[in-house]
Write a protein that binds this ligand. Sequence first.
Ligand SMILES: Cc1cc2nc3c(=O)[nH]c(=O)nc-3n(C[C@H](O)[C@H](O)[C@H](O)COP(=O)(O)OP(=O)(O)OC[C@H]3O[C@@H](n4cnc5c(N)ncnc54)[C@H](O)[C@@H]3O)c2cc1C
Length: 314
Amino acid sequence: MSIELKIKKNIPLAPLTTFKIGGSAKFFIEVANKEDLVEAIEWAKKEKEPIYFLGGGSKVLIADEGLPGLVIKFANREANNLSPRFHCGAGASLAYVISLTRAAGLSGLEWGFGIPMATIGGSIRGNAGGFGMNMGEIVETVEAYNIKKNRWETLSHKDCQFGYRTSIFKEDSDLIIWSATLRLKPAPVEQIRATMEKNMQYRDTGMPRLPSPGSALKNLLLEDIRHANPQLAEFIDEQGVAKGGKVATAYLIDLHGLKGKAIGGAKISLEHANFIVNTGHATARDVLELIEFVKKEIKTRFKIDLEEEIVLLK
Ligand SMILES: Cc1cc2nc3c(=O)[nH]c(=O)nc-3n(C[C@H](O)[C@H](O)[C@H](O)COP(=O)(O)OP(=O)(O)OC[C@H]3O[C@@H](n4cnc5c(N)ncnc54)[C@H](O)[C@@H]3O)c2cc1C
């Protein structure tokens, strides 16, 4: 079938995200093989349509107006056990890979247990993580397509330039993740299971039930706070709330009494101050206004600049 016949029109995107917000894609395709990915990109270039990429949609906010171009969703969902490695397609669900690695007695993904809908590709791009671990630590190589140079590239762990919630794929939007080899560590299955259960208990008590894309804003480095506001850093030291040199942005938002603040259908969760939830009919505009409000309040009160973790697609 030609690529034109595989591309669909006017596909609602909200159901493909955990936030359940946003309009439709003008054009949409799910790609399960490399040929379709390259042909879809070539088609969009020829038609002068902007290109957007979607994994599990668990970190994105889609614009109310929808996306005026081609949305490419990764459907290469395979995950092969090459113990102690796993080779995964970008579209493989993180939850699925976690269940396979647990069964295989391979440790390194316990932090992600309980995250809904995320894919391997999206998690590598944003270097997702938690509980002191992150995706980058276990990525050995990534196979990527360079949409500007029209060629396949293999990146080593070092080439990926992982940092706190970032990687080369976030900095250079021409590099699209197709697959990755993860290198895990053999460990007793019972130990892996126990760590996951402990992490899940934490998520169960602290994570809102309403639709969201996880943390809205990046956490802070204590060193940066010390630089911007030494008095606040001293207070944080006294309270002992920094962990591994990081301060949860939720702590400052809560300290300023913003839990429960709502604009339209978007609300700062009562359970977790860095989660903005969709109470039913939130628009992307409501969410963006609420984020701006929080950033302004935190800047005025604490002299701290906050940065978005959620990704706006518009
Ligand atoms: C309840 C909840 C809890 C969460 N907890 C955590 C947590 O503990 N830690 C954490 O880090 N995150 C957390 N998240 C956020 C999110 O699940 C992760 O960041 C996840 O890794 C995003 O993956 P995704 O496939 O859903 O990406 P998407 O949301 O689909 O996309 C995110 C970005 O990556 C791009 N992208 C997607 N796939 C590719 C690809 N193959 N190549 C290039 N670019 C691509 C997209 O264009 C977009 O810019 C949570 C989310 C929810 C809803």
